[in-house]
Design a protein around this ligand. Structure first.
Ligand code: 5GP
Ligand code: ZN
Length: 119
């Protein structure tokens, strides 16, 4: 029941269901990708599994295939968006990792040079 409530209130689950509008760039059976509402680069796409997993730390061995397909999906989106000079994929995890939205997501950032070390 607790899990159900977390999912019904989850911003990204609501985007999956179309209850919150988003600018989608990709969707298939398992994943959705959309423009970040507060872009940190000329291209800033959020790629999520439709399955509600709070963070990378909550993914299980059973999710391993999904996680691989998720990263590969991000790479296909980078190709589609012609990020041929490169891009960065970021998975913020937990409070110290800077994770705010508690639904597993990756950031696909491109269109400018990326600094290192990251902030
Ligand atoms: P986090 O810090 O959790 O890794 O990143 C969450 C990201 O989701 C942030 O970059 C934030 O701008 C984005 N975001 C939060 N709410 C929404 C929303 O309602 N729509 C979209 N498109 N992006 C959102
Ligand atoms: Zn969710």
């Amino acid at each position: 029941m607790e899990e159900k409530n977390a999912m019904s209130e989850c911003i990204f689950c609501r985007i999956v269901k179309g209850e919150i509008p988003s600018k989608k760039v990709y969707e298939d059976e398992n994943f959705v990708a959309f423009h970040d509402i507060d872009p940190q680069a000329p291209v800033h796409i959020i790629v999520i599994p439709k399955k509600h997993i709070e963070s990378l730390n909550e993914a299980t061995e059973e999710d391993a295939k999904l996680l691989g397909e998720w990263v590969f999906t991000a790479r296909k989106i980078a190709e589609k968006l012609k990020l041929d000079k490169g891009y960065r994929i970021v998975i913020n995890t937990g409070p110290q990792g800077g994770q705010v939205v508690l639904h597993l997501h990756l950031h696909l950032l491109g269109g400018r040079n990326m600094g290192w070390p990251p902030g």
